[in-house]
Design a protein around this ligand. Structure first.
Ligand code: 2NL
Length: 344
């Protein structure tokens, strides 16, 4: 029986040695130390032994059991360690590899132009105002001296939502709202940038949605020369101090008198070329003295208050400043176009 136990021990230790994974090791444990295993069997057969042999064999059986158990435990630790080592090896990250470059975005050219315009007017004491893009017929047309039936408010040119609501066709309603808020007493010095909408077919010079920046000054004693001084300062800062401006008579329903402002052509310096179509001048905005009807509807007494207003298209300003030849470039989001205007 002693020999049998020793034989079992060396057999089991050999199998432990050979076990290549935890599953094989578990099989060895069950085979030798399990309830139906050979050692349990030996212990069960002890009854047949003599009194002298019993404690000797009993102790030996327990020692064999202990030895096998320890060997299994040692092997198990080793296998687990190896498995962890392997996993760490496979999942390791080389922190010294160079990183992938991150794509850095930047403001859209139109956003940059609008912010530049805003900064110039903030520098002259103007405040920035915004308003709704879905407007009432009243603020978009009526309050701007465009009564129902006026030819310049052609239904075919506007996106109407209901009889009384439409997508604003200019940012002027923001100014009409601001004047109304000031209750006909306080002076106004504001610009309002934003999106506007017209029912045009998109082409190189038209877009059904575009942007506008309008400005308004209302106070006592505001004169045409104030308009000219402010717009001259704007043009020189925006396009360069060497550029000249001129005002030409024009017509808008909300201003009287109305003008259009040109800047001298940079390409030919005024001699005439293809950019300025031979005139030496390029049109950049419309303006005028606020029509007395508009002041009155907003609650200002036109005998006490006067004002000037202007409106410009940031797309046009950007096209002139950077030589962009198609307004659709601003809206088709070709990253190769947009990226050219990201500052380093
Ligand atoms: C243009 C011309 C203009 C105005 C806009 C305005 C607003 C109020 C009162 C009077 Cl509340 N006028 N706005 C005046 C003259 C011209 O825009 O060519 N824009 C692109």
């Amino acid at each position: 029986m002693k020999d049998r136990l020793q034989e079992l021990q060396s057999e089991a230790l050999g199998k432990v040695q050979q076990a290549e994974d935890l599953k094989a090791l578990q099989d060895v444990r069950i085979a030798y130390l399990g309830k139906k295993g050979p050692i349990t069997e030996v212990l069960r057969g002890m009854g047949k032994l003599s009194k002298e042999e019993r404690p000797v064999i009993g102790q030996l059986a327990n020692e064999v059991r202990e030895t096998i158990s320890e060997a299994i435990q040692t092997k198990q630790n080793k296998l687990e360690e190896e498995a962890l080592e392997k996993q760490l090896e496979e999942e390791s990250i080389d922190v010294t590899l160079p990183g992938r470059p991150v794509q850095i975005g930047g403001p859209h050219l139109l956003t940059s132009i609008i912010e530049e315009i805003e900064d110039l007017f903030i520098g002259m004491g103007f405040e920035i105002k915004e308003g709704p893009e879905v407007e009432t017929d009243y603020y978009n047309f009526e309050a701007l001296n465009l009564p129902k039936g006026h030819p310049a408010r052609d239904m075919q040119d506007s996106f109407y939502i209901t009889e009384e609501l439409l997508l604003r066709t200019h940012t002027s309603p923001v100014q009409a709202r601001t004047m109304k808020q000031k209750d006909g007493h306080e002076p106004v010095r504001m610009i309002c940038p934003g999106k506007v909408y017209r029912r045009d077919t998109d082409d190189a010079t038209h877009s059904h949605q575009f942007t506008q920046v309008e400005g308004l000054v209302v106070d006592e004693n505001i004169k045409m020369s104030d308009l000219k001084g402010v717009l001259n300062a704007f043009a020189k800062q925006m396009f360069g101090s060497e550029r000249d401006i001129r005002l030409r008579p024009s017509f808008f329903p909300f201003t009287e008198p109305s003008v259009e402002m040109d800047i001298s052509c940079k390409v030919c310096g005024g001699d005439g070329c293809s950019v300025c179509k031979g005139t030496g001048w390029i049109e950049i905005l419309g303006a005028g003295m606020v029509h007395p009807n508009v002041l009155e509807m907003a609650g200002y007494d036109p005998n006490v208050y006067s004002g000037f207003a202007f409106g410009m298209g940031p797309e046009r300003i950007a096209m002139l400043k950077y030589g962009v030849d198609d307004i659709r470039h601003f809206y088709t989001n070709d990253i190769r176009f947009l990226k050219q205007y990201h500052k380093a």
